[in-house]
Design a protein around this ligand. Sequence first.
Ligand code: ZN
Length: 182
Amino acid sequence: MLNELWTDWLRWQGGEPCFRIYGKARPEPHWRIIDVYATRRRNHGSGWPLWDGTCVTWSAEIICVGWDLAESILREQSHFPCSRQHPVEVTQGRIRGRSRQKSADPLSTTSASEVLAHECGHTWQAIRLHSLYLPFVGAVTLFREGPHPWSYFENQASELGQFGGIVKASVCPELMKSGANV
Ligand SMILES: [Zn+2]
């Protein structure tokens, strides 16, 4: 109940999502539709403390990302679309230590779609933990993946999250205009 109210309030605050996606975690049998919202405050270099270059999963149905990441996801998906039959998962189950910016080995870099798959893992945690999700996962998410006990939720999100593609005709006009779909 609290979760639904929270999701409704976020939708009312956020307006239209930049697109909708199919997402789930490996143990789930069915795909869910998740709204992805984008804001420039979360762009890399935005200068907003705690927002700069970050994504957040607010509830089982709402993920917020930077506008730059949303453009990258759309660009990647227009070249190499994933699907519910062939979803994107986080390679090797870890995002940490694989820079998105530059790397000598292109296979070791993290794609924007993998970041979204990680966030899909968090949406599953939001379902399982209900109202405990934000206090528990929200508090530790800044620590990122690692060998420590407090990295449990971050590690699990990377290991289990699956991104099954952008829902057809769900991309908002502003993002379409940005040219990220070419
Ligand atoms: Zn995370």
